[in-house]
Write a protein that binds this ligand. Structure first.
Ligand SMILES: NC(=O)c1ccc[n+]([C@@H]2O[C@H](COP(=O)([O-])OP(=O)(O)OC[C@H]3O[C@@H](n4cnc5c(N)ncnc54)[C@H](O)[C@@H]3O)[C@@H](O)[C@H]2O)c1
Length: 336
C-alpha cells in the first residue's frame, strides 16, 4: 500500500484525495493546508488522516512514501524540492513551476535524492489525444504541416475571487501557466519542440481581476518546421466554448475538439478512420468554472505502477520543464 500525503487540499487536492481513495493500492496518510475548510471532506474518505498546517512538519510524518503538491503555482518548486530532500517521491501539479530555472532545481534535486518526480499532465490520457498520438507515432498521418490550437474558456469574477493567488502575476504567473499549460503540453506531446516566433496579448475583460492578460494570439514553429497558431482567451461568453488542436498533416487532417480536448471534431485520413472512441471522463467541475478532463485516476495509477517497478514515470520533470520553457519563450516573444 503506497502512503500518500497531499499539500494543499483546495479544488484539485480534493480530487487527488478522491482518486487515492478509489485506488486499491493507495492510502492517504496525511494532508497539509493552512485552512481546514476542506478537512471534513477528506476525513469522510480517510477518517484517520493526519492534518498539518506546516508542510515541513508533514514531510516528517512516519511512513509517508510520496507527496502530492497541489498548492498554488508559485509554491510548486520549493515544496517539491523540500519533499524530495525529505526522502519522498513527489507528484507535482501543473504547471511544474513558474520558471525553467526552478524546474531545473527540481529535476536536479530528484536526481540527487534518487526519488521519482511525476508532473501532472493528465490530458495526455484523453481518448482523442491518445489516438492521435498513436497515429503520429505509427506514421499514419505523416509529417505535420500546420497546427492550430484554440483555448477559448471562461473564467469569471467568481473564479478570481475563489483564492488570493488567482490572477496574481507572482503567485499565478499568467494564463499560459494556469489555463493554457495543458494545451501547450499537448502541442509539445504531439508535435515535439516548438519555438515561439511572436505574440500579442491583452486584458480585454478582466481589468481589476487579474494582473495579466486574459487573451492572446501567438505564432510558433515546430522544430520539424510546421507552422503553429495558438489562440487563447478566458473571456468566452458565460462558459467554456472550445479547447481544440487541429493538425494538418501530409496524409490527413484531424481536429481534436470539444470544450476540453475531449472529442474528434473532424477527420480525413488516408485509408484510415478513427473509430468511435470511449467517451472519456467529464471535465473537472468546480462550480463557477470547468477545467480539463478528470484523468487523475490514471496519474495515481502511474505512481502505483512506477513505484512497483511495472512502469516508468508517464510525464517526467524534463517534460514539465519543456512546457515551462515554451511558456517562457511565448511570453518573451510578445510584441507590445
Ligand atoms: N491538473 C489540472 O487539471 C488542475 C486543475 C486545477 C488546478 N490545478 C493546479 O493545482 C494547483 C492548485 O489549484 P487549485 O485550483 O486547487 O487551487 P485552490 O486555491 O483551490 O487550492 C490551493 C490550496 O493550497 C492551500 N495552500 C496555499 N498555500 C499553502 C501553504 N503554504 N501550505 C499549505 N497549503 C497551502 C490553500 O489554502 C488552498 O486550499 C495549481 O497549481 C493549479 O494550476 C491543476
Amino acid at each position: 500500500m503506497i502512503q500518500f500525503g497531499i499539500i494543499g487540499i483546495g479544488n484539485i487536492g480534493l480530487r487527488h484525495a478522491q482518486h487515492i481513495a478509489q485506488n486499491p493500492d493507495t492510502h492517504l496518510t496525511a494532508v497539509c493546508d493552512m485552512s481546514d475548510a476542506n478537512l471534513p471532506q477528506v476525513r469522510s474518505l480517510f477518517p484517520d488522516v493526519a492534518f498539518y498546517t506546516d508542510y515541513r512538519q508533514m514531510l516528517q510524518h512516519s511512513g509517508l512514501n510520496i507527496v502530492n503538491v497541489c498548492t498554488p503555482n508559485y509554491l510548486h518548486a520549493s515544496m517539491t524540492t523540500d519533499a524530495l530532500k525529505a526522502g519522498l517521491h513527489v507528484v507535482c501539479e501543473k504547471p511544474m513551476a513558474l520558471s525553467v530555472w526552478e524546474c531545473s532545481q527540481m529535476i536536479e534535486t530528484a536526481r540527487q535524492t534518487q526519488k521519482q518526480l511525476f508532473v501532472v499532465k493528465q490530458n495526455r490520457y484523453n481518448p482523442p489525444v491518445a489516438v492521435v498520438k498513436n497515429l503520429l507515432s505509427q506514421g499514419i498521418l505523416n509529417n505535420i504541416i500546420q497546427i492550430n490550437v484554440n483555448c477559448f474558456w471562461n473564467r469569471n469574477a467568481d473564479y478570481y475571487r475563489l483564492s488570493g493567488w488567482r490572477g496574481s502575476k507572482i503567485m499565478d504567473g499568467g494564463c499560459l501557466f494556469t489555463q493554457c499549460s495543458h494545451f501547450i503540453d499537448i502541442l509539445y506531446y504531439l508535435a515535439g519542440e516548438v519555438q515561439a516566433v511572436s505574440g500579442s496579448i491583452q486584458n480585454a475583460t478582466h481589468a481589476g481581476l487579474c494582473e495579466f492578460e486574459d487573451s492572446g494570439v501567438f505564432l510558433l514553429r515546430t522544430r520539424a518546421g510546421a507552422l503553429v497558431s495558438f489562440n487563447f482567451s478566458t473571456s468566452a461568453y458565460q462558459k467554456n466554448m472550445e479547447g481544440s488542436i487541429t493538425l494538418l498533416c501530409q496524409n490527413g487532417s484531424v481536429k481534436i475538439g470539444g470544450e476540453y480536448l475531449n472529442t474528434i471534431d473532424y477527420q480525413c485520413i488516408d485509408r484510415y478512420t478513427i473509430p468511435n472512441l470511449p467517451v472519456g471522463n467529464t471535465a473537472n467541475d468546480y462550480g463557477c468554472y470547468k477545467g480539463s478532463m478528470s484523468n487523475h485516476d490514471k496519474v495515481i495509477q502511474n505512481v502505483v505502477d512506477t513505484l512497483s517497478g511495472r512502469a516508468t514515470v508517464a510525464t517526467s520533470g524534463n517534460e514539465g520543464r519543456a512546457v515551462v520553457q515554451i511558456i517562457e519563450d511565448m511570453y518573451a516573444s510578445v510584441v507590445q
